[in-house]
Design a protein around this ligand. Structure first.
Ligand code: FAD
Length: 545
């Protein structure tokens, strides 16, 4: 197969225009084009009056070698890469050792699925509930201000991304095309097929719920097993040949499960589990993360800024944005996890704390666009400074979330402020045209009083700069709701090139909680890599290159 990249056509081109453009570009007759598949379709909206669709195509042509020979100097014509997924090995029929996977988020799901596909019959331990029951508990916080600390937007089947926009793109390097395997498994589980070919695919919340159920069915059909409401509260470690080796886990109900291969895919919110790991001497490091708030604007305004007269065009969908500003005080402010046509959601998992995040449905049809507006912070900013230990970032997150809870009124409403007031440094008292979407509701106040001074200073500088890129971004009645504290894990559970924890063999730290992923797709990719590391260890084929 031949791959043609960067083929540009006008946004409103006809269906015949695509093959016609291919024939013209390759200089071949119609009869020589045997098959055409869109591998990726993106757009270039830099010139709003002439928005272009940009295609990456996989083509089957007659006399492929001759065609390729004519384009040896052309970087946009070449052989299609082989993206077929190949397992590193398979369990023998008499294999009795069953790996444990802690966490049923995207990382744990993909790790569990690939281990099951290789015949290792994993046991997946999830502290939360099955996804349908979890959905009710999550809505309990949004509708009735009732937080269940074990079943919420962070914890339960599907992990943190289940109630989300379901954006499925990532900037990770992926030379082995593991991302393709993740997307193909999602499609098999019911995701729309278009996620394989649009450049910024998204699924939305409702479909994610069904997909997660289908993936469970696949894992179980392959001999895997799920145990819900099974919080791992301890890690059993023994010394073998002078080295620390995992030999099992203990659950909250006192049960012990023996295993010498344990995938740790706990996400970034399992602070109690990370504290347990620290007590057990597992190697951890503090890492940078970001803090800030969500900002909401009318989606129509963002669509017009990005697409001009093409705002509302079905092919383009609701517009997103990505903004970065390097502030004079040395901090970087950036938009994060932008949710077009979505809502700001309550994302707390601990009582007495408020955290924001964003989600949307597949249609992205809600009134507001929202995105986190966050500032990067470093271990030196944590309480006690850079030497304060691996858990100091968690301490900072907790303090910020508690301050947000109090400022919101102590009942899970979130503190909010209008952009105009934030820029002027005064509290807000009344909303304008933009109605905040956060449930169970907001309390207008002064967000500037809740965040570290350097973060407030940097965000105040960034908003007018962003307004120069997206006119209206600094409109005085845009609403900011906070605080956004769980942009990534503040801790890294470091592993070696063989996938084992640096100082505890048999423990395979993975995904966002271990500091190896940021988002659904990259967590899934890391789950696959980790399943491969576990398989290599079980099959005695480890290497450390
Ligand atoms: P998680 O998904 O956090 O899964 C960890 C799992 O481990 C959880 O189910 C938890 O219950 C379980 N667990 C934790 N501790 C234990 C224990 N001790 N015992 C047993 N089980 C345990 N990313 C995107 O790419 N696109 C988006 O649109 C997007 N939107 C988001 C919207 C929201 C509201 C949130 C909260 C996150 C969003 N994210 C999004 C981020 C994304 O969800 C995460 O990056 C991703 O889920 C990380 O995957 P993970 O498997 O590493 O961890």
């Amino acid at each position: 197969m031949l791959r043609l990249t960067e083929l540009k056509l006008p946004l409103d081109h006809s269906s015949e225009a695509l093959p016609a453009a291919v024939l013209a570009r390759l200089g071949i007759p119609e009869a020589d084009l045997l098959d055409l598949r869109v591998f990726r379709r993106g757009y270039d909206a830099r010139k709003k009056s002439a928005i272009l669709l940009i295609y990456t195509l996989d083509l089957t042509v007659r006399n492929e070698a001759a065609v390729l020979a004519r384009f040896t100097q052309d970087p946009h014509v070449g052989r299609s890469p082989d993206t077929t997924y190949r397992f590193v090995g398979h369990a023998t029929p008499d294999e009795t050792r069953r790996p444990l996977v802690i966490g049923a988020g995207p990382c744990g799901l993909l790790a569990g699925l690939v281990l099951a596909q290789m015949g290792f019959r994993p046991i997946i331990l999830e502290r939360g509930k099955v996804v349908r029951e979890r959905t009710k508990d999550t809505w309990g916080l949004w509708r009735r201000s009732e937080l269940n600390p074990e079943s919420n937007v962070q914890f339960g089947e599907g992990g943190a991304g289940t109630f989300s926009d379901g954006k499925l793109y990532s900037q990770i390097k992926d030379p082995q095309h593991h991302g393709r395997k993740v997307l193909e498994e999602f499609v098999r589980a019911g995701a729309p097929e278009e996620i394989l070919s649009v450049s910024k695919p998204h699924i939305g919340t409702f479909r994610l719920v069904t997909m997660v159920e289908h993936m469970r069915a696949s894992i179980e059909a392959l001999g895997g097993e799920y145990r819900f409401s099974s919080k791992v509260t301890d890690l059993l470690i023994e010394t073998r040949e002078g080295a620390r080796q995992v030999c099992g886990v203990a659950l909250e109900d006192g049960k012990v499960i023996e295993a010498d291969h344990v995938v740790l895919a706990i996400g970034h919110s399992a602070r109690d589990t990370v504290t347990m790991l620290a007590k057990r001497g597992v190697y951890l490091e503090a890492k940078p993360f970001s803090v800030g708030m969500r900002i909401e604007h009318p989606q129509g305004m963002i669509d017009r800024c990005r697409f001009g007269d093409f705002a509302g065009n079905k092919t383009l969908g609701a517009a997103d944005y990505k903004l970065v500003h390097h502030a004079k005080n040395g901090r970087t402010v950036y938009s994060f996890c932008m949710c077009p046509g979505g809502t700001v959601v309550a994302a707390a998992s601990e009582p007495g704390r408020v955290v924001t995040n964003g989600m949307s449905q597949y249609s992205r049809a809600e009134r507001n666009a929202n995105a986190a507006l966050v500032v990067g912070i470093e271990p030196r900013d944590y309480p006690g400074g850079a030497d304060a230990g691996s858990l100091a970032g968690i301490e900072l997150q907790r303090r910020l979330e508690e301050a947000a809870f109090r400022a919101g009124g102590g009942d899970y409403r979130a503190p909010a402020q209008l952009v105009g007031d934030f820029l002027e440094g005064r509290p807000s008292y009344a909303l304008g045209e933009v109605i905040p979407s956060y449930k169970p509701g907001v309390t207008l106040t002064d967000l500037g009083a809740l965040l570290p001074g350097y973060a407030v200073e940097a965000i105040r500088e960034a908003i007018p700069a962003f307004d120069r890129q997206l006119r209206g971004y600094a409109r005085p009645d845009a609403v900011m709701t906070g605080l956004e504290t769980r942009t990534s894990s503040p801790v890294r559970v470091k592993r070696g090139a063989d996938g084992h924890s640096l100082n505890t063999r048999g423990l395979f730290p993975a995904g966002e909680g271990a500091g190896y992923a940021g988002g659904i797709l990259s967590a899934g990719v890391d789950g696959i890599k980790t399943a491969e590391a576990v398989a290599r260890s079980l099959l005695g084929m480890e290497h450390t290159t």
